[in-house]
Design a binder for this molecule. Structure first.
Ligand SMILES: Nc1ncnc2c1ncn2[C@@H]1O[C@H](COP(=O)(O)OP(=O)(O)OP(=O)(O)O)[C@@H](O)[C@H]1O
Ligand SMILES: [Mg+2]
Length: 391
């Protein structure tokens, strides 16, 4: 199946993969293509490179969806029949919104937001980022302004953290340790009566003084206790959303051995979560170079002589030729390594899945033109025409 068919058939595409493989680039490129094809598209993106955000005219300070100016697209020769919107996920802001939605009163909301433990949890707790990405997805999934949504996911050491996130987060907040602290406080036993275990735990948390920490935790957990029901239900709803038929998971990877290993492991594990990936995008593939044999080999033999003819006499043609040969050799080795990676990856691509390769470009993908070229590779359009002005 072609990626274009996959995106046509689904309302939500989630790009998953290990760190740095090109999730943000792929998400943005898919969104651009969908918008050009006529869909009202929202790209939920996480921490895009500053230059990419700038080139799209996005500001990080805005937590609302921002439209990519049609004039900007036209300037780049991109005809957009639909609409392209982007929103940068801000974890803390999303978490604050969630608290606001579930808090029983303004006073409770204020107490939670001002609590230092909350401030720590909402920005630093492992899994928070992942959870908030899914939380936001849940919110926009039900927003009829968009008929196509692409979700970029945060870099995680283990991409599966993304799927575990809701449970982990609720688990951490609702953990026995937290409950124990509340019990101690609610029993009105002073800090002096807390056992050695507590003193030990408190000592480890050196950022807080013991007593202040206890009060902060106590206040936080008591307030959150009232929200637990809300959080749990919400986590479940987010979870259920991901299994809906209109949501397609796309594994993004590179052909490098480490990424291949992670992508293979990941696609197997997804199954265990009851989620079947619908497609795979292999990014940064190095093209195969012709071997230096036969005619082209003969040409290479004469490389120094040809260079000497072309270049000024001050340039050392021999040294330059040696450098070129080394570069070609490195390129060949890289391409060979990639072929092996692609072979391994394909073993894990079911017939029903879409499979797409994107070449490694000499430069980063940080502007609309480059995004359009990536997009053209993704959808199978002619890349050279992607960025060309259309009359
Ligand atoms: N095919 C490509 N050729 C050249 N550069 C690329 C290609 N794809 C992505 N890049 C560049 O690689 C860098 C990482 O890409 P990107 O930010 O999309 O990865 P990511 O998976 O989102 O990373 P993270 O896990 O940190 O969020 C960016 O600077 C991007 O412009
Ligand atoms: Mg990213």
């Amino acid at each position: 199946m072609k990626l274009a068919e996959l995106t046509d058939d689904h309302r939500v595409v989630v790009c998953l993969g290990s760190g740095g493989v090109g999730k943000t680039t792929t998400s943005a490129a898919i969104a651009l293509q969908a918008a050009m094809a006529g869909r009202r598209t929202l790209c939920l993106t996480i921490d895009p490179a500053k230059r990419l955000a700038n080139s799209l005219g996005l500001s990080a300070l805005n937590h609302e969806p921002q439209r990519i100016e049609p004039a900007l697209l036209t300037q780049h020769g991109l005809q957009c029949k639909g609409e392209l919107w982007a929103m940068m996920l801000d974890m803390k802001h999303t978490f604050d919104e969630l608290v606001a939605r579930h808090a029983s009163s303004e006073a409770q909301q204020k107490r939670i937001l001002e609590n230092r433990i909350y401030q720590y949890v909402s920005t630093s707790l492992a899994g928070t980022q992942e959870y908030m990405a899914m939380e936001k997805l849940h919110a926009v999934h039900h927003d009829l302004r968009w008929d196509f949504i692409v979700l970029d996911t945060p870099p995680t050491t283990n991409a599966l953290d993304f799927l575990d996130a809701p449970q982990k987060l609720v688990g951490a907040i609702d953990s026995p340790v937290m409950r124990w602290f509340v019990d101690q406080l609610e029993g009105n036993r002073g800090i002096g009566l807390l056992g050695k275990g507590a003193a030990f735990v408190l000592k480890g948390l050196s950022r807080f003084t013991g007593v202040e920490f206890l009060h902060q935790v106590g206040g936080f957990v008591t307030d959150l206790n009232e929200l637990f029901g809300g959080f749990r239900e919400r986590a479940q709803a987010v979870y259920d959303d991901l299994r809906k038929d209109d949501v397609a998971f796309l594994i993004v990877t590179s052909p490098a051995p480490l990424s291949v290993g992670e992508a293979v492991y990941f696609s197997r594990k997804l199954d265990q979560y009851g989620i079947r990936p619908r497609g795979m995008v292999v990014n940064r593939v190095h093209p195969a170079l012709p071997e230096a044999v036969g005619e082209s080999g003969a040409l290479e033999q004469g490389l120094e002589a040809s260079l000497a003819q072309l270049l000024e006499s001050s340039v050392d043609a021999e040294a330059l030729a040696a450098k070129l040969r080394r570069a070609a050799e490195a390129g060949r080795a890289m391409a060979e390594r990639d072929r092996e990676g692609l072979r391994r990856l394909r073993e894990h691509v079911a017939a029903s899945m879409s499979y797409t390769e994107i070449p490694a470009f000499a430069r980063d993908v940080h502007d609309l033109q480059a995004l359009a070229i990536v997009g053209a590779h993704l959808t199978g359009a002619e890349p050279e025409r992607a960025g060309a002005a259309q009359s």
